[in-house]
Design a protein around this ligand. Structure first.
Ligand code: UDP
Length: 647
């Protein structure tokens, strides 16, 4: 794989190194580093995950080959697994196993690594924890979530099952305090847990749009300034069926708020609900919207184990006790050698191979994983969720000189995602032939011929039609017999791992082309590091005088700089240069080929109105999107990325 060899020994940036030191290098009990390089991390993770191959092969050469490819994928930073895998693979297992040269590894060594795994080797980022409408069950969920968050997993919950505030409680004769009151309990619990010893806990709360407490839920974060109210939660309203909801709005009809275990019922105009959601999202970014009905439509096991919530960032819908491990390919590195998205290019074979090994890695993670609860282990092994996604989309578009907010940009996004979906499903089917189907396969929709995503219209582009035809042939052909994983694709935010890869995050446009990040040096002093997007420097470095550099650092964008030609400005757009409609359309085309979901924020300018937010909701009801997250620039005091001065 040529492209991997090219990237194998490229130096990582100071920024990436600082993050590794801060969070990823293993330390001993006294806090001394046991690891000092990315190479050591790549070796540890590759070896630990490859040890799961002993469940399928006793041929040491075969396992060494898998380990070598996993190592190269990670070492080159073309593929990076989700943070919990980086944090926890190999952790607490004797270091001697990881110092050994690969050619000296024996079957027995791999077996020992596999058998030495403990609860500290939890490798997944995404979980959904259920609760029933009883105090015992709610507090069981608090405990279950704590165990997950401790090792770096994010947790989502469906609070719709809890009866509304004021409902009678048979056992005590009292009144229920409702879902929102319990969310505060989860929030406090999360606030005391540092995930994986390295980061804040993250949670998602979901409530159905027709739950009687829906307004209280929508308002639950309205006073949040970013770091105070329910700050360990993202909140999302589940509009289960977008077309029914759209009809209610268009006809200005009422909807009945109700709960099966309560006498409390209210009627409200659907319009009032959407107005309130828009107002609060305009103010603080919360709530988001989820269309879980759409998720279930494209989920092959929805008749048995429907999804009820998503992980904290919304990209992974899961059934109760579901879990998923993620990994992302940096397409900005790949586009240098591979003609991504082109269905007739010979370089596609190389991408196919990379995707195969990435899916095999993630499938091995299901095997190597030590799950925090037996219920989670059971459903995860029965369905084998994995989420291979992409990062570096924005930088890839810069390199290809295609504007993110253009028809060509969207075609590129659609083709790349279609290619990823197609190859990863081929990989999952190939693995099923060697290792067996996911145990629930016969009950799933696949044996009847089922395509787990919406796809775009054939007419849009001749290449899109070619990908659609290949996808149809696969799902109406061999996928009816063989599938190793119920789902294979998820696009994560890649908030940390994209920094490790020195690339743009997930499918988002770059938020800023330049910024100053403060790092602490060895002497403990805070030193400013000026970051300028490397592709911008590579493409137009000659144009960038010190004076222009200063301007870019100040504003984060190049749109207002007179001396930069218009054709360059069109390509190097940032999140705030892109209209909300273009953000939404990017999400629409990408989501058309994802069996799970994606993390995407619809950035809106500070000047956007509440009606602008509402119009995004209404547009989303008609597209292939599975949810919506809005963020109006500057609306939270703790916004993570800002330029150094006011725009
Ligand atoms: N996540 C989490 N806490 C965090 C960041 C992420 O629990 O601080 C979980 C969450 O489920 C999220 C998923 O990890 O949806 C993937 O997030 P991201 O891609 O940003 O994580 P990374 O692997 O880059 O750390």
């Amino acid at each position: 794989m040529r492209v991997i060899d090219d990237w194998l020994n490229k130096e990582i940036s100071q920024n990436a190194m600082a993050i590794l030191q801060d969070r990823y290098f293993l330390k001993d009990a006294d806090g001394n580093y046991i690891e000092n390089t990315w190479d050591e991390v790549a070796k540890r993770v590759a070896r630990h995950v490859a040890s799961a191959e002993i469940n399928f092969s006793q041929d040491v050469k075969e396992i060494q080959k898998a380990e070598t490819i996993f190592y190269k994928l990670i070492r080159s930073r073309i593929f990076i697994p989700n943070s919990p895998t980086l944090f926890n693979a190999g952790k607490t297992i004797d270091k001697q196993f990881f110092n050994k040269a690969i050619e000296d590894m024996t079957i027995d060594d791999y077996k020992q690594i596999f058998n030495l795994r403990t609860k500290h080797n939890m490798l997944s980022a995404c979980f959904v924890v259920p609760m029933e409408d009883s105090l015992a069950s709610i507090f069981d969920a608090v405990k279950n979530a704590a165990l997950i968050m401790k090792y770096g997993g994010g947790v989502g919950y469906d609070f719709s099952v809890l009866r509304p505030k004021g409902s009678s409680i048979a056992g005590t004769g009292g009144k229920s305090s409702g879902p929102v009151s319990f969310m505060h309990v989860f929030n406090v619990a999360a606030s005391t847990i540092e995930q994986g010893g390295s980061r804040r806990a993250a949670q998602m709360a979901v409530l159905r749009y027709d739950h009687p407490d829906v307004f209280e839920f929508i308002n639950s974060k309205k006073d949040n300034k970013g770091n105070n109210v329910l700050n360990y939660f993202n909140i999302s309203i589940n509009i289960d069926n977008p077309s029914t909801f759209k009809r209610l709005i268009e006809n200005d009809e009422e909807l009945l708020l109700k709960h099966p275990d309560s006498k409390i019922q209210k009627k409200v105009k659907a319009r009032e609900l959407i107005d309130k959601m828009a107002e609060n999202a305009w103010k603080t970014g919360d709530p988001g919207v989820l269309f879980l009905g759409r998720h279930n439509e494209y989920y092959a096991m929805s008749e048995y184990t429907p999804v009820t919530a998503t992980n904290p960032c919304g990209e992974e819908p899961l059934p109760p006790f579901g879990s998923c491990n993620l990994g992302s390919l940096d397409i900005s590195k790949l586009v240098e050698k591979i003609d991504l998205g082109n269905p007739t290019s010979s370089t596609g074979e190389e991408f196919k191979e990379i995707v195969y090994w990435a899916v095999r890695f993630l499938d091995d993670v299901v095997e190597a994983n030590v799950f925090p609860l037996k219920e989670i282990e059971e459903i995860t092994r029965r369905q084998r969720f994995v989420g291979l996604g992409i990062m570096g989309l924005a930088d890839a578009l810069y390199k290809k000189e295609i504007p993110y907010n253009s028809e060509d940009g969207r075609k590129f996004m659609a083709k790349v995602t279609a290619q990823l979906a197609y190859y990863s499903h081929l990989a999952s089917t190939g693995l099923a032939k060697e290792r067996g189907n996911f145990p629930d396969f016969e009950k799933s929709k696949y044996p009847n011929g089922f395509i787990p995503f919406a796809m775009l219209d054939d007419q849009i582009d001749k290449d899109i039609k070619i990908w659609n035809d290949k996808i149809r042939e696969h799902f109406y052909g061999e996928a009816k017999q063989y599938k190793r994983n119920v789902q294979t694709n998820t696009v994560a935010p890649t908030g940390s791992i994209s920094n490790l890869a020195d690339t743009s995050s997930g499918i988002e446009p770059n938020f800023l082309l330049s910024y100053i990040r403060y790092m602490t040096n060895k002497e403990g002093e805070r030193v400013p590091l000026t970051y300028i997007n490397p592709v911008l420097i590579e493409k137009v470095g000659a144009l960038i005088t010190d004076e222009i550099k200063e301007e870019i650092v100040k504003k984060g964008s190049i749109q207002h700089i007179k001396s930069i030609p218009d054709d360059i400005k069109k390509i190097f757009v940032t999140a705030v240069d892109i209209s909300p409609e273009d953000h939404l359309l990017a999400q629409h085309v990408i989501q058309s080929y994802l069996d799970a979901s994606c993390s995407k924020t619809i950035n809106m300018p500070n000047t956007a109105t509440i009606d602008d937010v509402k119009s995004m909701y209404l547009k989303a009801l008609d597209l292939n999107v599975k949810g919506l997250t809005i963020y109006r620039d500057g609306s939270l005091e703790t916004q993570v990325l800002t330029t150094t001065s006011e725009n």
